[in-house]
Design a protein around this ligand. Structure first.
Ligand code: ADQ
Length: 515
């Protein structure tokens, strides 16, 4: 997710958590007892608000989760996704029908609301405002990679419309019992509900705390913030995420380990004290992401040789074809891949530093990604330095990513931090063993020495030792195949996490109803 207009992780030692003029809402935790969840027991109406969805437009992992989680939840909920009317949505070929309208709210514009239904029956509500959303390119950045100048207005509008739908001010025949917000781009919805004295409960999921939707103070005027909006104050700037973190009824993040890490100064991005307080209130929980069941190497049309556990000859065919596709030599050594946004978080610099060791030991490396120009250059230079042994593809190519997981022996994921991570789970499903820094969701999804390899610190020396382990495993085919099988057997579906969300929704709705 390349979210501009958001500040990179502030150093919390330099920036202690600011004291807001307003006391944060105190309420007893409702998250104590979990009502039983029966399958196909469709109850609460949920509005799932997101700024990207893989069906139409994806910038990062949020796009994957926004496509998979609502579908998993639809067996227990009447769930609708709310998405901005980007050009990619309007021109997707789906039939859009106008179903509602929101009025101008101060400086925020009026919007139409259209509905489309996906082929598999998921209802999507689309916020239509051509001036804000109907433009070419990414949800967050312009053609030069700069954040859209009006991102504050665009995402305040998305949030305001979500609150309008929740409070029955959108002329819609449907009204949700709960709002599920995702990341800073819609976090303000929790504030709008509060400022408008609406009681609809909200859950805010933090997919990546480093992206906080921080804008200069002038944004307050541009989006018409009320004077009382001190919960958005972040060292004199306006933080959309902070507002949502204060006002949402419950915060979730995408793994248990990350939930534990972000209440401390190292991973807390300057928000650790607020988050610790919310955890002590019982209002911060970790719910692990799952992956879409479509990630199945036996039924993947992108693969030259679909395979299942044990069909290692077929898997090797994918490796040979991938080498040919990427212009890599046909050698007997292991193939390592890196499939990721190329940003500081993902540790590409560590991969580049360790690459000569991989080559010297008889391995190969293939990289795919796009992101910050410095990292893209680093990856391209590596391919020029080691022709036939390193391949770099700058760009986004979903089908190639599938073939890389299916053909590579190891996935490199030395992320400095990782809220959950999806690539390691995709890799495991395709028998490619992740080699990862033991942080966040990587701890919760990889069993060291069984379904992948973990190293303790995001340092090149730790990565190097882990690479030596990988070469030793590769030299023992029986062990390698056993680990591949174990990785493919990992259960990373959405059913358990979906149940946890359902329990949470039910507790919050019951609590609000009782109040
Ligand atoms: N060039 C390219 N071509 C093809 N595919 C590419 C690609 N670059 C990346 N991808 C794919 O994009 C997705 C990225 O998902 P991640 O969870 O790894 O990262 P991200 O940091 O964006 O997500 C944030 O949100 C998610 C969702 O909650 C958290 O898992 C994560 O930890 C958090 O940082 C994966 O499916 C990956 O394979």
């Amino acid at each position: 997710m390349n979210h501009p207009n958001t500040l990179r992780t502030p150093d919390p030692r330099q920036n202690p958590t600011p004291k807001s003029g307003k006391t944060e809402r105190q309420h007893p935790s409702p998250l104590t007892t979990a009502p039983a969840v029966a399958d196909n027991d469709v109850t609460e109406k949920i509005l799932f608000v997101t700024s990207e969805m893989k069906d139409f437009i994806k910038a990062g992992g949020l796009g994957d989760v926004s496509a998979a989680l609502p579908r998993a939840l639809s067996k227990n909920h009447d769930i609708r996704v709310l998405l901005p009317g980007y050009r990619a949505v309007l021109t997707s070929g789906a039939h859009l029908k106008k179903v509602g309208h929101t009025r101008k709210r101060g400086v925020l514009p009026a919007c139409d609301i259209a509905e489309l239904v996906t082929e598999d029956g998921l209802h999507i509500l689309v916020v239509c405002n051509d001036a804000l959303f109907n433009r070419e390119g990414s949800p967050y950045v312009d053609a030069h990679g700069e954040g859209w100048q009006d991102n504050d207005v665009r995402f305040a509008t998305l949030s305001s419309v979500a609150a309008d739908i929740a409070s029955g001010h959108a002329n819609l025949a449907w009204r949700p019992d709960l709002l599920h917000l995702n990341d800073w781009t819609c976090a303000l919805a929790a504030c709008y509900l509060d400022w408008r004295h609406e009681t609809v409960p909200s859950v805010l999921t933090i997919h990546n705390l480093a992206y906080q939707g921080v804008f200069p103070e002038s944004a307050a005027r541009r989006i018409g913030l009320p004077d009382k909006a001190s919960e958005l104050d972040f060292h004199g700037s306006v933080s959309f995420l902070r507002g949502g973190m204060v006002r949402a009824d419950c915060l979730t993040t995408v793994s248990d380990s990350y939930a534990q890490q972000i209440v401390g100064p190292v991973y807390g991005c300057g928000m650790d004290r607020l988050l610790a307080r919310r955890r002590n209130e019982g209002r911060l929980v970790g719910i692990l992401n799952g992956i879409d069941p479509d990630w199945n190497p036996l039924h993947d049309s992108a693969l030259p040789a679909p395979f299942s556990i044990g069909q290692w000859d077929k898997r090797r065919q994918n490796t040979a074809d991938l080498r040919e596709e990427l212009g890599l030599q046909a050698i007997p050594g292991p193939l390592f891949v890196f499939v990721s946004r190329m940003v500081h978080q993902k540790g590409l610099d560590l991969v580049c530093e360790a690459a000569p060791q991989i080559i010297a030991a008889g391995g190969q490396l293939a990289l795919i990604g796009r992101g910050e120009p410095m990292y893209e250059r680093m990856a391209s230079m590596l391919a020029r330095r080691f022709p036939g042994r390193v391949s770099t593809h700058i760009g986004f190519d979903e089908a190639l990513a599938h073939r890389m997981f299916a053909g590579a022996d190891f996935l490199l994921m030395p992320s400095r931090y990782e809220p959950c991570g999806l690539s390691q789970m995709y890799a495991q499903a395709y028998g490619c063993l992740p080699i990862a820094h033991a942080t966040g969701g990587l701890i919760d999804t990889i069993e060291d020495g069984v379904s992948g390899l973990l190293f303790e610190h995001a340092r090149v020396c730790d990565l190097r030792s882990c690479l030596q382990r990988a070469f030793r495993i590769y030299a023992e085919p029986l062990l390698l195949d056993a680990m591949r099988g174990a990785a493919m057997l990992e259960k990373h579906g959405w059913s358990h996490s979906g149940q946890q969300y359902t329990s949470l929704y039910r507790q919050l709705c019951a609590h609000k109803a009782a109040a």
